[in-house]
Design a protein around this ligand. Structure first.
Ligand code: SF4
Length: 389
């Protein structure tokens, strides 16, 4: 029914919930497996889930694949190869699709990277967070900056010419000076992409339990770190294209752009989230339930943790909330084409107030945050969207 040309684009996310050790701030769906059996069963279950979804995605063309975690490179290359082969067998993955895998230093070497390249992976996202030993230790990270550098160099040598590095600010013991040193060292390596997130103390993490004892930079120091990062990275050729993401030479993450543009993506694996055909749903974070639900035929274990149909009002709010995270902001013509609704009538008047205060900029294409607006964007958006209903 759908010719190749008419297939709709789709992002595919695959979650690997295993790590070598659990970082103290982490509330992602990840754990340290206590036996190899669970890893093998999980791989089998993931492939079964791909087979289940295969026919529903016949009319989609996958233009981005993202294997995230956890630590996907915790899996040996044979298992990763099984998962990637299954993705190619069950989905129509475009020849030039962006294909990312997350990686932690000291979990992959030159040979591993070389094999990933042969399997079609063309983008790496490596977690570094800081270049300082005391900060890495305070976060509970198990690698050193030297291991990160070795990993980065191995990846380059193996042919990865699109590498993203994750960094954090607001880390215990971090100072403005140590943050500047981290930024300088990472920019000198020249990754194509940098993601920079503020540390958040999430419930049910070791950090939440020791919240009162953590020596954290205050809000003013955090603001100064973030502003410095934006200015400094611009001098090194990195454009901020989203609140927390910077790239050079146009190497924005196509996969993440799908999230911010409210485009369809399908998440497979425990704890994965999807936005597919106007429905938002997620899979159970309980790995045992996930495996049992897929492996035991006739099992009544439901692997769906949540699901909701998104109506058009919610969809508009989400589009604005996520789109405003981008440096380009909301392109009014795109909004009106998609929703057949006047942007000015629905939201414009609320933006005008922040426009006068210099938090938002309006030009001939639409609305976007100014630099000072970006830092307080969450507050502004919750105000705009609450009153925009
Ligand atoms: S490596 Fe990443 S996913 Fe694993 S525990 Fe640390 S922060 Fe969480």
């Amino acid at each position: 029914m759908f010719g190749k040309k008419n297939r709709k684009p789709l992002g595919l996310y695959i979650h690997i919930p295993f790590c070598k050790s659990k970082c103290d701030y982490c509330d992602f769906c990840s754990f340290v497996p206590n036996n190899k059996g669970v890893v093998e069963h999980y791989t089998d279950a993931l492939i079964l889930q791909m087979e289940d979804w295969s026919s529903r995605c016949r009319n989609y063309s996958v233009d981005s694949v993202y294997i995230g975690g956890g630590t996907p490179t915790y899996l040996d290359i044979r298992r990763i190869a099984r998962i990637i082969d299954a993705a190619y067998s069950n989905f129509k993955i475009e020849k030039n699709a962006e294909f990312t895998i997350e990686c932690n230093p000291a979990t992959a070497d030159y040979e591993y990277f070389k094999k990933l390249r042969r399997l079609g992976v063309n983008r790496l996202s490596i977690g570094c967070q800081s270049t300082h030993a005391n900060e890495l230790k305070a976060l509970g990270r198990i690698h050193s900056f030297e291991q990160f550098k070795a990993c980065f160099e191995d990846a380059r040598e193996a042919g990865f010419d699109n590498i993203s590095v994750d960094l954090m600010y607001g880390i215990p013991e971090q100072t403005e000076q140590s943050f500047i040193e981290t930024l300088t060292a990472i920019a000198s390596l020249g990754p194509e992409h940098i993601s920079l997130y503020a540390l958040k103390i999430e419930d049910n993490t070791p950090f939440a339990a020791m919240r009162d004892k953590l020596v954290l930079p205050d809000e003013e120091a955090e603001y100064s770190m973030y502003s410095h990062a934006v200015e400094y990275l611009a001098t090194r050729g990195y454009e901020r294209y989203e609140i927390s993401n910077f790239c050079r030479d146009g190497a924005a993450s196509l996969h993440n752009l799908k999230y911010w543009h409210c485009d369809d993506y399908l998440g497979l694996g425990a704890g994965a989230h999807s936005y597919f055909e106007d429905e938002r749903f997620s899979t159970t974070r309980v790995v045992r339930d996930y495996i049992d639900g897929l492996e035991i035929i006739g099992s009544d274990i439901n692997i769906v943790a949540s699901s909701e149909k998104i109506d058009s009002a919610e969809c508009m709010d989400e589009y604005v909330m996520l789109g405003m995270r981008l440096a380009e902001g909301i392109v009014v013509a795109d909004f009106e084409k998609r929703f057949n609704t006047s942007f000015a009538e629905k939201y414009g008047y609320r933006f005008d107030e922040y426009l006068e205060e210099g938090f938002i900029i309006k030009d001939e294409t639409g609305y976007r945050f100014s630099s000072k607006g970006m830092f307080v964007s969450n507050y502004i958006l919750s105000d705009v969207l609450e009153l925009g209903e």
